[in-house]
Design a protein around this ligand. Structure first.
Ligand SMILES: *Cc1c(COP(=O)(O)O)cnc(C)c1O
Length: 464
């Protein structure tokens, strides 16, 4: 049973709200019309037709008064902006890296790192993959190898640190292919596609030890570094009395560099960076950043955006903020479980994933249960979510057959500092009502199927 007044379990917002954006309530009749017009694809809904928008946590963050004040002190110089110097100082202090290369967002950093650190035919082991990260690795001739522990692929298995690298898999790969054929190890904290699952400090330390022995670099995808640090503080032996700042410092002491999307734990709406220790790699990165992003002292970001990111990074380290953040997400998961609704366990750092296979057990995977469920959640409560299942998985390039992923999910992603617990109650009630009437959810079929990344723009209609 969920005790919503337990402040230890579910901390109140560690902020008060001084600027608000009115959200429109849309009638059910209009929601039915809107989803029909969107071809039952939540990506094609207009944002103003959504009451609670849980499509993504990327760039949807609410900035603080200090960040907005920072926007006003943007030094929009082409070179040597003081906001760059501030961001550089914060990145060095927080993560301990020697060099900073700002980029317009995370994928800009991935593009540069993959270009300078991967040689044609080299392997890039990682703890599962992220779409853009893997794209850039492969585009630069790298071969991605998944070395995440097996448990990460099992939706219902509730174990801590599901994002860990399986050291046996990594060691076997190094032995088989030779250390010189490994470009670097890419370690994501937390693992987005596994459901926001964290990596333990012990695992980071061991990956570092194994890689140092073989002279292999370890590059982090730092996108959700603060959420990962909170899981360590909460669940890993020996870290309960450490501050988030100390934990983050130790995490990154086991890395040679990192790519970062500021749009997540940076608590801004745009921005990112590449951070490195190696002088030679840094030299190469600076040569490339001018081609793709801009001068090495702005890299595609306005001065004001670098200022906001520098402040956001500091705010993400506040113990009260990050505890609230992770536990607010867990609150939604707990409410859903209380109603008997099947979700992926344990709750991740940025989202709750509904298990659409079990939710819609009257539909086959070919009837797109997660897509149908996401559309039904919108109609029921004006809540926008995202399909992560067979539609997102696409078709095999060679055979043209659908991929049939094990996980068929709907992702409810929580933007940072945007929604209150009451909003999440509405999301939970919406899912509950729908769950009670789940047999009424009809399957879908394509009316339009694009060839690439079909989930973004595909259209559907009900199967009779
Ligand atoms: C969002 C994301 C990226 C890419 O960052 P963008 O800022 O969207 O380019 C990379 N890795 C992970 C894990 C992400 O979630």
């Amino acid at each position: 049973m969920v005790d919503i007044f337990d402040l230890k379990q579910y901390p109140a917002e560690p902020f008060k709200i001084k600027s608000v954006e009115t959200i429109k309530t849309v009638t059910k009749e209009d929601r039915i019309k809107a989803i029909e017009e969107a071809g039952y694809n939540t990506f094609l809904l207009k944002s103003e037709d959504c009451y609670i928008d849980l499509l993504t946590d990327s760039g949807t963050n609410a900035m603080s008064d200090k960040q907005w004040a920072g926007i006003m002190v943007g030094d929009e110089a082409y070179a040597g902006s003081k906001n760059f110097l501030k961001l550089e100082k914060v990145v060095k202090e927080v993560f301990g890296f020697k060099h900073l290369v700002p980029t317009h967002q995370g994928r800009g950093a991935e593009n540069i790192l993959s270009s300078i650190a991967i040689k044609e035919g080299q392997y890039v082991p990682g703890n599962m993959y992220f779409t853009t990260t893997r794209y850039h690795q492969e585009h630069n001739g790298g071969i991605f190898v998944d070395v995440i522990r097996d448990e990460a692929h099992d939706a219902a298995l509730d174990v801590p640190f599901k994002g860990n690298i399986d050291l046996n898999k990594l060691e076997k790969l190094i032995d088989e292919k030779g250390a010189e054929n490994i470009a670097y190890v890419c370690l994501a904290v937390t693992v987005n596609l596994a459901g926001g699952q964290p990596v333990s400090m012990k695992n980071m330390r061991e990956v570092h030890e194994l890689c140092s022995k073989h002279g292999i670099k370890v590059m982090y995808d730092a996108t959700r570094f603060a959420e990962n640090a909170y899981f360590i503080k909460e669940q890993e032996e020996g870290y309960q009395d450490k501050s988030i700042r100390e934990i983050v410092k130790e995490m990154f002491s086991y890395a040679d560099g990192a790519t970062m999307s500021g749009k997540k734990d940076g608590i801004v709406n745009i921005g990112g960076f590449l951070a490195l220790n190696d002088d030679e790699l840094f030299g190469k990165a600076k040569e490339l950043v001018v081609v793709y992003e801009g001068m090495p002292s702005y890299g595609g970001m306005a001065g004001r955006d670098m200022e906001a990111l520098a402040i956001g990074l500091e705010e993400s380290l506040q113990d009260s903020y990050i505890e609230y953040r992770v536990k607010q997400v867990r609150y939604l998961g707990d409410r859903l479980k209380e109603y008997g609704i099947p979700i992926i366990e344990p709750a991740g750092g940025h989202a709750i994933f509904l298990d659409a296979r079990r939710f819609c057990d009257h539909l086959t995977q070919d009837e797109f249960p997660a897509q149908a469920l996401a559309a039904a959640i919108y109609v029921e409560g004006g809540v926008r979510s995202m399909e992560r299942g067979i539609v997102s998985a696409g078709r095999d390039v060679k055979t043209g057959e659908n991929h049939y992923p094990k996980l068929e999910t709907v992702r409810l992603t929580i933007p940072r500092r945007v929604y209150t617990y009451k909003h999440l109650d509405i999301v939970a009630e919406t899912c509950k009502h729908l769950y009670e009437h789940r047999k009424d959810i009809k399957g879908l079929k394509f009316t339009y199927e694009p060839a690439q990344l079909r989930f973004f723009t595909a259209r559907f209609e009900h199967i009779d």
